[in-house]
Design a protein around this ligand. Structure first.
Ligand SMILES: [Zn+2]
Length: 302
């Protein structure tokens, strides 16, 4: 069975058809401005139409479409806010429903990091107890415990990026707080440290320098890793995971982060919770797209 998947990013949108094994067919990608929400969803669904056309599948024959959103959602059809897209709270049904044929295609919506975690569980045998951490421009987290995604009382569970990890020199964070993990270990934070050290403008340039053995660049990555390890140790004491998966653009430099992560994680975690495998996601670049697809194939379904 093929489902439609749309990964709605803050800057680019990916759409594709995906089968129950997580194979991606006819992926389409485009930069779509988020300012006009109605236009954004029209253009995003047009990408899915293009995917159907390329794959020789009638768009009208799709039964299920999953959509991942770069912001908080309520587990239903409401987006609660997306700083990266510049969106406040709104319902997607009035925007999306008219773009699909009647009788109703089933639409599924989820926060992108939650969706990544569900995809790790569904398509990559991620297990029933794990933490998913996206390290990208910002930092997002999700927790699966006892096989279920933790949502929390106001749907904000797993916001690991806003745990406080620096108290002596706390940097300001996009959330309005100071000293958040995101403010000290995201791609933005690594890029900023790289500029201060005179090594280029972003995390990718800093990664290149580190891979060449530049000790300043290596220290920037290890420091980011130490902050991440500190936060993961604290969450691990609460949810006692078996695995931790890292995804996102910055996590592609996993080898540069891991010495720092292991240093503080091992130091800070309760010994009884220390047996955790920390590894890069097995989903690769399409994690969030597969996350959107996984919403259409709930665990336990074929
Ligand atoms: Zn924050």
């Amino acid at each position: 069975m093929l489902v439609g998947a749309i990964d709605c990013g803050g800057t680019k949108v990916l759409a594709a058809l995906v089968d129950e094994k997580g194979t991606v067919f006819s992926p389409q990608c485009a930069s779509i401005p988020t300012r006009d929400k109605a236009r954004y969803f029209v253009d995003s669904v047009a990408l899915l139409r293009a995917s159907c056309l390329e794959h020789g599948v009638a768009f009208d024959s799709l039964d299920r479409v999953g959509i991942s959103i770069p912001g908080m959602t309520d587990g239903g059809d409401r987006v609660l806010g997306s700083p990266s897209a510049g969106w406040g709270e709104f319902s997607v049904t009035p925007l999306l429903r008219p773009l699909f044929p009647e009788p109703a295609v089933q639409l599924f919506l989820e926060n992108d990091v939650n969706a990544c975690a569900l995809a790790e569980q569904r398509f990559a045998a991620g297990g029933d107890d794990f933490i998913w951490l996206t390290v990208s421009t910002g930092i997002g987290g999700a927790v699966v415990s006892g096989g279920r995604l933790l949502r929390g009382a106001t749907f904000c569970a797993g916001e690991i990026g806003h745990m406080k990890v620096e108290f002596d020199n706390p940097a300001p964070c996009g959330c309005g707080g100071r000293g958040c993990l995101e403010a000290h270990a995201s791609g933005t934070a690594i890029g900023r440290a790289s500029v201060v050290a005179g090594m280029g403008s972003d995390a990718a340039a800093c990664a290149e320098e580190a891979k060449r053995g530049n000790p300043l660049a290596l220290e920037i990555w290890q420091r980011a890793g130490r902050y991440i390890g500190r936060a993961l140790a604290a969450v691990s004491c609460v949810v006692n995971p078996r695995s931790i998966y890292l995804g996102g653009g910055v996590a592609r430099s996993f080898a540069l982060l891991v010495p720092g992560i292991k240093e503080t994680f091992t130091r800070d975690v309760l010994p009884q919770c220390a047996e955790v495998e920390i590894q890069p996601t097995r989903l690769g670049y399409n994690a969030s797209l597969l996350g959107a697809a996984s919403l259409c194939f709930p665990m336990g379904s074929a």
